[in-house]
Ligand binder design. Structure first.
Ligand code: ATP
Ligand code: MG
Length: 446
């Protein structure tokens, strides 16, 4: 993309209403624009990152066998009356009436709708296990929408639902989700720690939240520092293997890590003092096993092996797709702007032309641009007639992990400059080698 033809409305001033870095930077980098409280338009740069996050979530869900679909945002109140949640949900639910006076709502989550789909089409235990998911906009009329996309009213969520014959199978689905979530966050360049959360009416070890450590996080968290050394890495886990998935769950949840909802001071104090940590975190996902809570009242049964109908065991599992964009910035920025991890960056590298209009510099930039595109990567070429300082400031603000700087002086010696946004380190090298480096970083063959 040539910057002169793009739509990147960066702001010079720091918006006064934004209290935390990610919100400020998303506004300044022209990623979002508030439409009304807690509701945002995703401008082109923000939209690209949102799509990248979404793509990784899709790939990792499907890697473990979960099936994508799409349910609507508007739902009928009748379904929610069946589960008893229409009255129970409270003022966070946006209630709407259509022209025929039918009660509708903008879905805050989809347990009822997916259970209805399941009971209409699945009749036998032979069709299990089944996990369906979608990535769809949700609406929750939060009392205090704030921090930009981190606590919006309209927000994008991946929500998945497992249907299993037995409690044991459903707990496997739970463990499998934990495995896939660990991989998902790591691919984005984030460490998200599974923490025991409030288990609600069912009790037991049946819900974990995934938290990204950040000073601006809304949850207070307590953990054993050893947990931050755990990496999922590129281990190959068979998603159908109960043992393998359980082993991962045990490894990642055996050390103390809890949110304030479930914190137990006495247990916490059993950790050696040097390893005790109290910090803040951003919740970027949650997994939940809830058994037959919806299947029973809504009649979602299957014929079991003995021919008798049994209610299915279910769980639901969410990832905050739009919140992740904010969380990624909270975890990756400095005073000059965003620093995108390679996995989610909106453009793979920037090209800065120090002397626009200089025939040789223009030609070298175009050649680099074409070579990088030919790799299947997307460069952002700052071809505006601007001072070098302004171009660098824009690149630093929007946070592309790599920048190639091209100027007449370097070209005389046959070199351009490749700079890492994260370390700030630069090296001079011939343009072809800069392209090779970029290819290598993104795992592309030259
Ligand atoms: P919170 O405690 O932050 O209000 P929640 O526990 O009510 O969230 P879940 O129902 O677990 O939310 O939703 C799954 C994921 O969706 C959360 O882990 C979070 O990442 C994201 N999410 C929830 N509410 C919002 C919101 N208002 N804005 C943006 N993302 C949200
Ligand atoms: Mg939650």
């Amino acid at each position: 993309m040539r910057l002169s033809r793009y739509f990147l409305p960066v702001l010079k001033e720091t918006p006064a209403e934004a209290q935390i870095a990610s919100h400020r930077l998303m506004l300044r980098a022209g990623m979002i624009k508030q439409a009304s409280a807690g509701i945002y338009s995703w401008l082109p740069l923000g939209y690209k990152v949102l799509r990248n996050v979404e793509r990784i979530v899709h790939e990792e869900q499907q890697r473990v066998g979960h099936i994508p679909m799409l349910m609507p945002t508007l739902q009928s109140a009748d379904l929610w009356r069946e589960s008893g949640r229409y009255d129970a949900y409270g003022p966070e639910m946006l209630r709407i009436r259509d022209r025929h006076e039918r009660d509708m709502l903008y879905g805050p989550t989809n347990e009822e709708m997916i259970t209805d789909i399941f009971r209409s089409h699945v009749g036998s235990y032979k069709d299990l296990p089944l996990t369906l998911y979608h990535i769809q906009w949700k609406f929750r009329d939060e009392v205090r929408p704030r921090f930009g996309v981190m606590r919006g009213r309209e927000f994008l969520m991946k929500d998945g639902y497992n249907f299993d014959l037995t409690r044991e199978d459903a707990l496997h689905a739970y463990n499998r989700h934990l495995v896939s979530y660990l991989r998902t966050y790591e691919r984005m360049g984030l460490q998200a720690i599974p923490m025991r959360a409030d288990s609600g009416p069912i009790g037991g070890d049946d819900t974990h939240e995934f938290l990204v450590l950040a000073e601006t996080g809304e949850s207070e968290v307590f953990y054993d520092s050893e947990i931050t050394d755990l990496k999922f890495g590129d281990r190959q886990i068979d998603p159908t293997s109960h043992e393998q998935c359980r082993a991962v769950l045990e490894e990642f949840t055996s050390r103390y890590a809890r949110t304030d909802e479930t914190h137990d001071e006495a247990l916490f104090n059993e950790i050696p003092e040097a390893r005790r940590r109290v910090a803040r975190g951003i919740e970027v996902g949650q997994i939940f096993y809830f058994g037959t809570k919806y299947s029973e009242p809504m009649g979602a049964t299957v014929q079991g092996p003995d021919g008798k109908p049994v209610p299915v065991h279910m769980g639901s599992h969410g990832i905050g797709v739009s919140r992740l964009v904010g969380a990624l910035i909270e975890a990756n920025h400095d005073e000059n702007g965003i620093i995108w991890p390679e996995g989610v960056t909106p453009f793979h590298c920037g090209i800065v032309n120090l002397k626009q209009g200089d025939a040789q510099a223009d030609e070298a930039c175009t050649a680099l641009y074409e070579a990088i595109e030919a790799l299947g990567l997307e460069p952002l070429y700052d071809d505006r007639d601007e001072r070098a300082g302004a171009k660098f400031a824009t690149m630093d603000l929007v946070g592309l992990p790599w920048r190639i700087t091209v100027g007449p002086r370097g070209l005389k010696n046959g070199v351009v400059e490749l700079t890492s946004r994260r370390s700030g380190e630069s090296e001079e090298l011939p343009p072809e080698q800069a392209v090779e480096k970029i290819a290598q970083i993104y795992g592309k063959a030259v």
